[in-house]
Design a protein around this ligand. Structure first.
Ligand code: PMP
Length: 362
């Protein structure tokens, strides 16, 4: 007998999953794409050629284990991995968040982050049936230290995610507050994940915290660096802890082509550093242009995006889009983001297009 698919699905798929929506991306073909914090620069022509030749010689008939070990060693050197620490790879840092959730989904566990922050922290907890507690940020998107300390004491979360800089607000938090939260998490017996996706554009990082505290992990990605299509994320922490989390990694999760492309990028880190410097310069230009627009309030950013409040985000989003530029309207993500747009920093030309489109849409 041929089964009826809807009733079959209702029986075999978890009920909580049936109520969720898949992670959605807006169609972007033909637009100046300033919605997902990608690096807008391709590699220079000569490097593209060299990369093509390198990829052409990769042994795609073999499983990728050796090359991914080379990549781990290269990333450890690049990031300055402290003594006693190890690193594991994810197919993007999204997969690392999944691995962390799987590893720490003890019955009764709580995961926590400030809000608004990266949506996958909460979604990934929900997928594992773990309770997620979000603690609203204070005015100007600083950490609300008292509320965070109270929530840590009450819930004793096993994971605290701090996106540093934060998505979608773009800021780095007060370091003294971050350090006091890390101390509180140490006392509560939980892990702190410093999510440094935007580290290439930020003035500070948490490598010293990683070296100092056994319960601190640092997560990074090559996506914002310039390899969003390649999908390489990595997690650094004490070797024994990384060994546990590594057990949740799907075998051969990073393809040999991805590993080779990432190794190539690290060999040309100076080119990527040049691109990041250009993006930081455009960020400053965009920030100043937004400040000068009547009714627009941009927040200072340490990432490759700027959060800006406008008089009417839906109208501004549509107006910008009708002029061929795609940004992200984040108004619905959290009450504190009412009428806020998140603007990715592009090339000088793209930034000009965005500034003109927004000005015309106000
Ligand atoms: N962390 C943060 C804070 C992000 O904003 C993102 C993506 N926008 C990620 C992690 C995931 O990045 P990826 O999976 O591309 O490494």
């Amino acid at each position: 007998m041929t089964p009826d698919l809807p009733s079959l699905m209702a029986r075999v798929v978890r009920q909580d999953i049936q109520g969720l929506h898949a992670y959605a991306v807006q169609p972007s073909a033909g637009f100046v794409k300033l919605d997902t914090m990608e690096n807008p620069y391709p590699l220079p022509e000569a490097l593209q050629q060299a990369l093509g030749e390198r990829l052409g010689r990769v042994a795609i008939n073999r499983y990728p284990a050796e090359r991914t070990e080379d990549l781990k060693a290269a990333l450890a050197q690049f990031a300055g991995l402290p003594e006693g620490c190890a690193l594991t790879l994810g197919n993007g840092s999204d997969e690392i968040i999944t691995m962390l959730s799987l590893a720490c989904a003890v019955p009764g566990a709580v995961f926590m982050s400030p809000l608004p922050s990266f949506v996958m922290y909460g979604l990934s907890a929900a997928l594992q049936g773990v309770r997620f507690v979000g603690v609203p940020l204070a005015a100007d998107f600083e950490l609300d230290e008292r509320a965070m300390l109270a929530a840590i004491a009450e819930h004793r979360p096993s994971l605290l995610y701090l996106s540093y800089p934060n998505n979608p607000t773009g800021n780095l938090w007060d370091d003294a507050v971050v350090d006091r939260l890390i101390a509180a998490m140490g006392e509560a017996g939980g892990l702190v994940v410093m999510d440094e996706a935007y580290q290439p554009f930020a003035a500070r990082d948490s490598m010293a915290r990683l070296a100092a505290h056994p319960h601190v992990l640092v997560m990074r990605t090559m996506s914002k660096f310039g390899l969003a299509g390649v999908r390489i994320g990595y997690l650094m922490g004490r070797s024994a802890l990384i060994a546990e989390i590594d057990k949740l990694r799907p075998p051969f999760n990073v393809s040999v082509l991805n590993a080779e492309a990432a190794l190539f990028a690290l060999e040309h880190a100076d080119e990527y550093a040049r691109q990041a410097a250009e993006i930081r310069a455009q960020r400053q230009r965009l920030y100043e242009a937004l400040l000068a627009m009547h009714g627009v309030h941009p927040w200072p950013s340490e990432a490759n995006m700027i959060l800006a409040r406008v008089p009417d985000a839906a109208a501004a989003f549509a107006g910008i889009k009708s002029r061929g530029v795609l940004v992200k309207n984040v108004s619905a993500l959290h009450p504190s983001l009412a009428n806020c747009l998140r603007l990715t920093v592009g090339t000088p030309d793209e930034t000009t297009r965005l500034i003109d489109a927004l000005r015309a849409s106000l």
